[in-house]
Design a protein around this ligand. Structure first.
Ligand SMILES: [Zn+2]
Ligand SMILES: [Zn+2]
Length: 144
């Protein structure tokens, strides 16, 4: 069943194929800076199954801690951080979960880059934690 989401102003709307409840929570400084939040939970979906209506802007973030370029797609009108794509997993989109309509089934599966986690955040769930890159294999995870 497809899940749906949109940016704050509603000019960009999307649907995606939800593969499961697991979120990849990113504590890297660049995600903090782009979102203005302490961390960003992402839901991985096959890029081909993400249907976007509207025209997100894209920032090619090539000053990442991993050294890999992250394409950050956002609404140019309201600034919502919508999804990212990464070089290492070109067929996967990571959707910023705050923009999804329904999030009640979702749970953290993995926390990445906890070395740059904000001090006051205490991770109380049982998801795996990685101080640096989470070593995800998103393509195989997503496609089964
Ligand atoms: Zn918008
Ligand atoms: Zn990040």
């Amino acid at each position: 069943m497809p899940a749906a989401g949109k940016c704050l102003c509603g000019r960009i709307q999307y649907t995606l194929e939800q593969q499961g409840p697991g979120l990849d929570v990113c504590h890297c400084k660049n995600c903090q800076r782009q979102s203005g939040a302490a961390f960003v939970p992402f839901l991985a979906t096959p890029l081909a199954a993400l249907q976007v209506a509207g025209s997100p802007k894209t920032f090619m973030d090539d000053e990442t801690e991993s050294g890999k370029t992250v394409a950050r797609h956002f609404c140019g009108d309201c600034g919502s951080h919508l999804y990212v794509t990464v070089e290492a997993a070109p067929n996967t989109a990571y959707v910023a979960v705050g923009t999804l309509d329904d999030t009640h089934d979702l749970r953290p599966e993995c926390h990445g880059w906890t070395a740059s986690k904000q001090e006051w955040i205490q991770i109380l769930d049982s998801a795996t934690q990685h101080e640096f890159e989470p070593h995800l294999q998103p393509e195989s995870t997503v496609t089964g």
